[in-house]
Design a protein around this ligand. Structure first.
Ligand code: SF4
Length: 556
């Protein structure tokens, strides 16, 4: 096992015996084999697209399969055995279609990833094969190979993040072919031996660029389905009726559950990034959507137990359920843990069936209180753009000295206290824009206002980072500036998994300079990659809050 997918990689090098996330060596090996098989599938999907042959089922499958490997999504070996066999079967099916259509499949050398066929669909055999095709440990690579290998790995992680955004959009009924064409191109690109480091990094940046378009697509469908998010106060306390806690990002699941539980006597609470739902009119209309309970994903082992009622985990951020709430834990969509109840997928336009969770909730005690008060969510793109005039005037008058974009995911490392310390120490003439669950480090702080604009503006889930980019671009244009770098804005990304890698790449694609990434630099930043990003875009890690504040205020 060698996995350095995420920020919690052991010693910031790699998990090599078992994942800090709970991923066992067999599942890691299955992830490696699924990645290998998807590369083979995308190899032919790229050729198909060049001949105007598309297969929507292959596209959707690939996005789903990429998403399944995002950190903390799925830990169930049986799911990966099925996905691996399906990837190979779909590849062979596509190959037959290409041959029947007269496409010359010999014009390119066929990589082994596009040739491998299993003898039998069997867990042990797949694990064994996966052990031979995984990420190579750094010590087995020369300095040149290390940079190329790391850049290719970064591209695969970006593609996994992209697959996840596309799957979320697809669940809501939107499919736009060009996104999937690029997804296959990026996955297949990692098979090519000819590109140098600059080329692979350029492809990574292109993936960042594409992710902005994919996030825009998801924003569009969210607004179409659930309305424009608006600034909304969210309660953090508890009621004395039984509840169901919903975690993750899947608004469609939340909507089905709210519809089925309305009037049942069961309250619905959000957890983690699902807190963003409170900002949407489509969810606010349900009286039984009462509050947010708990914090970011890494606190779930204690918080899910104290909730006392059932917990539904709808997308990434799952940890191994602890005794005490395992029998009340449910997963849905691509999320899974062996022997944890999984809600059957949606059939055609029918809602998912959450009746057994609602019935179980009615037998449970109400949640134990964790905290109280309120926080404000719902500063989506339109709500932010409505503040443009007030913010630009404050920048011109000196009321706002700096905008700090503090976005990304939370995690377990104690070094993440930095983000609380940073926000506490920021001067009162700074504005903070946030998205993702790193906000749990500071969103209960009373930060006041600047000329009527709240100092902390929460745009929503990780992918609502798009709203922040769109707003800043609007602000830049309204102030007649030529580039984002001319705005008094500093970007500070708290990275954890593959979505945050995409955030980073999207900013780098936009040419943003002085981007900070913490609490540690990604372990797959090889020396050559780091050198390039440092030299060309002044990318850096974090220091102390005090030093970083001084540097950010100086525009560094
Ligand atoms: Fe380790 Fe992260 Fe990989 Fe899990 S996903 S095995 S924590 S590097």
């Amino acid at each position: 096992m060698f996995c350095y997918h995420c920020q919690e990689a052991k010693k910031n090098i790699a998990c090599d015996t078992a994942g800090i996330c709970g991923k066992k060596a067999d599942v890691s090996s299955l992830h490696d084999l699924l990645t290998y098989a998807l590369k083979g599938l995308s190899f032919y999907a790229v050729q198909a697209a060049q001949s105007d042959i598309t297969d929507i089922n292959i596209d959707k499958f690939t996005a789903r399969a990429l998403y399944s490997m995002v950190t903390n999504v799925n830990f169930d070996p049986a799911v990966f055995v099925q996905l691996i066999s399906e990837a190979v079967q779909r590849r062979e099916h596509l190959k037959r279609i290409l041959l029947e259509s007269g496409v010359d499949l010999n014009k390119e050398e066929v990589p082994e990833e596009a040739q491998w066929i299993y003898d039998q669909i069997e867990l042990a055999a797949f694990v064994k094969k996966g052990e031979t095709v995984g990420v190579k440990p750094n010590e087995e690579l020369s300095a040149d190979e290390l940079d190329l290998h790391a850049a290719r790995e970064m591209l695969i992680y970006a593609a996994k993040g992209l697959g996840s955004i596309l799957e979320h959009a697809q669940v809501l009924g939107v499919f736009e072919l060009e996104h999937y064409v690029f997804m296959h191109e990026s996955v297949a690109y990692t098979l090519r031996k000819d590109p140098g480091l600059d080329d692979i990094l350029a492809m990574n940046f292109k993936c960042g660029e594409q992710s902005i378009l994919a996030m825009a697509l998801l924003e569009r469908i969210n607004i179409e389905k659930f309305g424009q998010p608006t600034a909304t106060k969210v309660h953090l306390d508890t009621w004395d009726t039984p509840g169901i806690l919903v975690s993750g990002h899947d608004f469609h699941d939340l909507q089905d559950l709210l519809e089925q539980s309305a009037g049942s006597g069961v309250d619905i609470y959000t957890h983690g990034e699902m807190i963003a739902a409170h900002g949407y009119p489509a969810f606010n209309k349900y009286f039984n959507l009462v509050a947010n309970y708990g914090g970011a994903w890494q606190d779930q082992k204690t918080q899910f137990g104290k909730f006392q009622g059932p917990v539904l985990v709808t997308s990434n951020s799952l940890q191994q359920p602890k005794k005490g709430y395992t029998e009340k834990a449910y997963t849905s969509g691509m999320v899974g843990w062996p022997n944890v109840a999984h809600i059957e997928k949606r059939r055609a336009d029918k809602a998912k069936d959450f009746s057994r969770i609602i019935e179980q909730a009615l037998q449970c005690e109400p949640p134990l209180p964790l905290t109280e008060g309120t926080v404000t969510v719902g500063y989506g793109r339109q709500a932010l753009i409505a503040l443009t005039e007030a913010i630009s005037q404050s920048i011109k008058s000196g009321g706002i000295k700096r905008i700090i974009v503090l976005v990304g995911c939370d995690g377990r490392h104690k070094e993440r206290r930095y983000y609380t310390g940073l926000v506490e120490a920021l001067p009162e003439d700074t504005l903070i824009l946030t998205a993702g669950d790193t906000k749990y480090r500071f969103h209960q702080l009373d930060l006041g206002e600047i000329n009527g604009v709240p100092r902390l503006l929460d745009a929503g889930q990780t992918q609502d980072f798009y709203a922040i980019i769109a707003f800043l671009t609007h602000l830049q244009k309204s102030m007649q500036l030529e580039h984002l770098n001319q705005l008094p804005v500093s970007f500070n990304i708290a990275w954890y998994e593959q979505h945050t890698i995409l955030m980073m790449l999207s900013l780098l694609a936009l040419g943003v300079k002085n981007l900070r990434i913490g609490p540690t630099l990604p372990p797959f930043f090889s020396p050559g990659i780091l050198q390039k990003l440092t030299d060309e875009l002044a990318v850096k890690g974090i220091d102390t809050p005090e030093n970083d504040i001084a540097a950010m205020l100086a525009g560094e």
